[in-house]
Design a binder for this molecule. Sequence first.
Ligand code: KG4
Ligand code: ZN
Length: 347
Amino acid sequence: MIVLGFESSCDETGVALVRHEPGARPRLLADALHSQAAMHEAYGGVVPELASRDHIRRVLPLARQVLHSAGVGLEAVDLVAYTRGPGLAGALLVGAGVAVALGAALGRPTLGVHHLEGHLLSPFLADEPPAFPFVALLVSGGHTQLMRVEGVGRYTLLGETVDDAAGEAFDKSAKLLGLGYPGGPALARLAEQGDERAIALPRPLLHSGDLDFSFAGLKTAVATQLRKLGPEPTPAARADLAAGTQAAIVDVLVAKSLRALRASGLSRLVVAGGVGANRRLRAALAKGAAKLRAEVHFPPLALCTDNGAMIALAAAMRACEGLDSGTHAGAFDVRPRWPLEDLAAVP
Ligand code: KG4
Ligand code: ZN
């Protein structure tokens, strides 16, 4: 089956074509992405109305580009998928509207995908895809969750952040350090030049004994340290603070992921979401998991942050299992707030 997928939940317009047959490995035929990061940078964060308008401008040219580069005609598309939620309502409606209209025009079914399920399943597009069951660490700009994954659509929440997400901690700390938006990659780059032991920062909930996270206090600690450095901190001090911040976030994510592996008795960890692109996190997780003789799977680097491929893939994997996401023929709706565990309850 060939699936055309649309992602428009936040500030990236993504379109992709995935081919998937039951029992075979899914293949990415083509994908195209437009990031709005530069447009939102001036505002220090995503402006929802601007995001929606830009998705409208980009979505059809990107779809044409994807079909052209895969050499696939619209008539070959078996299923049209879109991100149904969670995300910005207006932005979601763009992808949903285009996908459902296209499905109706082609006489093909449409499937609304949970954005986090897309992230969660994205490692199945890697060269060495995982096998079920596994523990998943979902670390994006809006979510930080540990899940037990038994199969497609079978997800149990093990722990999550009680306040900010890990990506938010990166972004807010980066903002304090005067780095651009999105701050995660910028902070990670600056951290490479710093000494992560030079400035001590807290590791919230590290020893809480559960699988929850809390990152809101970290930005306060970063602000306090920044004040101590005076009005004009040296480049070296800023790099040390960036490295210390990254290390604090990574230490907690690694400790809790390993705890989840031990507690669940599983020996596979899948990391997904934008923060999964962080090299320091990747290296520390690989090292920690090796000690437990567990495997770690990451999505291909380009598929860590938001993209259309993961949406087409999740739809394809759901369709192969005979699952939908509660969407109904001809109708479209979006769910800006949509807990991943709710998917299990969908018929
Ligand atoms: O999954 P994603 O693209 O969007 C959401 O669904 O939220 O994640 C975006 C988040 C942002 O907070 C961004 O700063 C962070 O992922 N991020 C990173 C890196 N690349 C993206 N954080 C740390 N290091 C990176 N290399
Ligand atoms: Zn995302």
